[in-house]
Write a protein that binds this ligand. Sequence first.
Ligand code: SF4
Ligand code: SF4
Length: 314
Amino acid sequence: MEQLELGRTGIRVSKLCFGSLTVGPCQADLSPEDGGRVIAAALDLGVTHVDTAQIYGTYPHIRRALALCARPDDVVISSKTYAYTRRMALDAVDEARRETGRDVIDIFLLHEQESEHTVRGHMEALETLYELKARGVLRAVGLSTHRVAGVSAAIRYGLDAVHPLLNKFGVGIGDGTAEDMLREVRRAAESGVGVFAMKPLGGGNLLAHAAECLAFARAMPWSFALGMRSEEEVRANVAFVETGRFPDGAEEKIRSVRRRLIVEEHCVGCGSCERVCGQHAIRVVDGRARVDAGACITCGYCGRACPETCLKIV
Ligand code: SF4
Ligand code: SF4
């Protein structure tokens, strides 16, 4: 598989990155053994970058995949944290190292940054991550974002890497169109920030347009992370990235999948889901959570925040 330089970091990543949110408790909830096998299938087929986050709960799955993989040292791992203090950042990196079994985490990002104002509020954590990079514990530091203004912030602060939401139809971009995001991402890349995009299928909302959307992602000069839940999905997506076509029958199968967030009857209307959703896609109305399906990118973050475990991606 094609390998790309990640800006000025000196890190090389495969064109397709395995987005591990899908195998973890926020989504398919596979065991570390089963999820590890799915990730390992991608590594066997030439994927060399696995993306995760502190809240994904997939460090054990990645650890298992590395144990199954022939060349674990060639695998680049990126993770993210909502930390805003020094202590929280230190703990987040320690947790990633301990649970993946890796002494060095390649890329560590501030999670879901909205603008330079948000980054300013996380400055203590950002400075701590750079300090860990100087000590050789991390290789690159950056941010992930669903907003054009988040990419502007990565440029403004000269970060090593940015992980922006980018798809052909702009689904999930909080403050602009796909064209706006593309323009800013291009500016980031030109200024030396390493780019790896996310959600080429809008978190599952664009599965009906999978070929068109993956062709768009494939044509970008950057790599992109895609969530996968089964070895069959891995084979189909790797084939598309390498040849521009899905294997026979795969596209019909992918197009027929519908993912949505459901709220079970026992919702108590506490509002925790509403507070964690960066997309503003869930709101408590008349004592019960209601999902705006047009805005929801089925990330599953709200499910982790629900004390009643009544949110499910189906
Ligand atoms: S967090 Fe759970 S219980 Fe609370 S409002 Fe949301 S869905 Fe309902
Ligand atoms: S409602 Fe939940 S699944 Fe949908 S975008 Fe918000 S946090 Fe993600």
